[in-house]
Design a protein around this ligand. Sequence first.
Ligand SMILES: [Zn+2]
Length: 69
Amino acid sequence: MSETTSADGGEKTLPCGCRVRTHRDFIGRVLGTILARGIDCTDARHTIDAAVIMPGREHASPDTGGLLS
Ligand SMILES: [Zn+2]
């Protein structure tokens, strides 16, 4: 597996099929701005230009890469 999960300025496809551009807000949360709605998406919040909080990456830090020693 070689999935890259850069949180800054990257693009990502959500499990629902929506295409988002990811970025961090001022407190470090990863947000995704909807670029294109997935054809199977049933989430009414996922509209073009809407920002959603990306799950599961709240504690990831691209600065340390997880190496805190
Ligand atoms: Zn969606």
